[in-house]
Ligand binder design. Structure first.
Ligand SMILES: Cc1ncc(COP(=O)(O)O)c(C=O)c1O
Length: 452
């Protein structure tokens, strides 16, 4: 039995006792964790070995679940993808990289350089030639904001204005950008996520979300766009030179899977240019192939000044990146923005394998094809079910808005062997692995239809 040491001191003396560690088996995992953690996730103990592709296996009894949740859209390739587990060289590199953790702002490795070169070749956007790494999504947005504040302050000073200006972030209703210091002032989905924390009072505007089928809702969407644009103009006018940036998810994930209209984002690009504010796209959930293009914003024709990416980047290991234009990157001075471990050899080795796979010529075409199948099938379900009030999405991210509580549908889906998640109180979110098969998609949707 495993034992751990505990040293107890009494009246200046000390002695060492052995406290038995609890016996961990699949059956005791939840109880053991519950003694120290809040355990409010799925009733599942993930079998890391037996789970494969789109099938998550419960280590307690071998029950297999069809995975259309992918750890909140953070797994692009599904479980144990053969390109990773079946490649002995990859496994060896990963193990070697995991043994040490150099601080990557000061010390560089081949693993890091190999990944950066592949990332630039496969996913690089010539408009966003610079990047830096941090360890998670909220930190990526947080650091993108920091860079924007930095840039805007220097810009103001260079144009004869006070460098103290440039402190505000224009953002959208129903946005989710994380739960760290600065990002708490932007996130405004469920109140429980932000309500009790001090936040900045930054300008927030409506999101003119697309409703499908678009032709039937065009007037409604255009009028919502005009209102939101007016709010944005008013915000820039109310805070002259003080808005450093506008940040948006091209498709809002947590906020209900709400695609933001391309025309609106193009107008915001122009407004940002007029006001010398940076445009930030947060693609932490929708980037890296999820919408059928490398980047979700490609479909909008708008290039941001900063772009954040995280969830699937390193196949489940903590890695996030911020991509920057030349103009913005020039503001960064050595020492301004750094982190000890961002982009280390372990995460870089994993991310290299993910990027190579996503970069294969047929990969994205397949995601697009399967995305169309998913959208069509969901459309048919929506037509035949009076419980579905709307469907929205693109590629491998779809939201099904329903009349009842999403949590109930999620619970009943799990009982029927399907894992899905919510995106707000009444939206069921479907985010399969990008590698899902047609049969698995149809199987999952048949379960969902029966549950609805
Ligand atoms: C769009 C978006 N931004 C930021 C985040 C925060 O990422 P993390 O949970 O890695 O901090 C998320 C997480 O769901 C997200 O979906």
């Amino acid at each position: 039995m495993t034992r751990c040491n505990r040293t107890i001191g009494a009246y200046g003396g000390s002695m060492t006792t052995f406290v038995p560690a609890p016996l961990v088996t699949p059956a005791t995992v939840h109880d053991v964790l519950r003694q120290s953690l809040l355990v409010d996730g799925f009733d599942l103990v993930l079998d890391l070995e037996r789970s494969r592709g789109s099938r998550l296996v419960d280590a307690r009894d071998g029950t297999s679940y069809l995975d259309l949740f992918t750890f909140f859209a953070s797994s692009a390739l599904g479980m144990n993808h053969p390109a990773l587990v079946g490649d002995p060289e990859f496994r060896e590199d990963l193990l070697a990289a995991a043994m040490n953790k150099p601080s990557n702002s000061d010390v560089y490795t081949e693993a890091m350089a190999r990944f950066v070169a592949t990332f630039a070749r496969v996913l690089g956007d010539p408009g966003l030639p610079h990047l830096f790494f941090v360890e998670g999504g909220a930190l990526a947005v947080e650091n993108a904001l920091k860079v924007a504040f930095d840039w805007k302050s220097r810009w103001n000073e260079a144009h004869g204005r006070s460098p103290a200006l440039g402190t505000k972030v224009l953002h959208l209703r129903r946005a989710f950008h994380g739960r760290s210091g600065y990002t708490l002032s932007l996130t405004n989905t469920e109140p429980v996520k932000t309500a009790l924390f001090p936040t900045f009072d930054w300008p927030r505007i409506d999101v003119p979300a697309i409703r499908f089928p678009l032709p039937a809702h065009l007037d409604e969407v255009r009028s919502a766009e005009a209102t939101a644009l007016e709010q944005a103009r008013a915000a820039f006018a109310a805070h002259p030179h003080d808005i450093a940036c506008f940040v948006a998810e091209p498709i809002q994930g947590e906020g209900g899977v709400q695609p933001v209209p391309a025309q609106f984002l193009r107008s915001l690009r122009l407004l940002c240019d007029e006001a010398d504010a940076a445009l930030i796209f947060d693609e932490i959930q929708v980037g890296l192939g999820r919408t059928g293009t490398f980047w979700a914003h490609e479909a909008t024709g708008v290039t941001p000044d900063l772009l954040t990416v995280a969830k699937p980047l390193a196949g489940g290991l903590p890695m996030a990146a911020v991509l920057l234009t030349e103009r913005i990157a020039q503001a960064i001075q050595p020492g301004d923005h750094a982190t000890t471990f961002g982009g280390g050899p372990l995460v870089a080795t994993a991310a290299l394998a993910v990027c190579r796979k996503i970069g294969e010529p047929a990969f994205l075409a397949e995601v697009q094809r399967k995305g169309e199948l998913l959208g069509e099938r969901l459309g048919a379900i929506a037509l035949s079910s009076d419980k579905v009030t709307a469907i929205r999405g693109a590629g491998m991210i779809w939201g099904v808005e329903i009349t009842g509580a999403a949590s109930e549908v999620i619970g009943r889906s799990m009982e029927a062997g399907l894992l899905v998640i919510s995106a707000g109180p009444n939206v069921v979110r479907i985010v399969p692995p990008l590698t899902v098969s047609d049969e698995e998609l149809l199987e999952g949707l048949a379960i969902l239809e029966a549950v609805l």
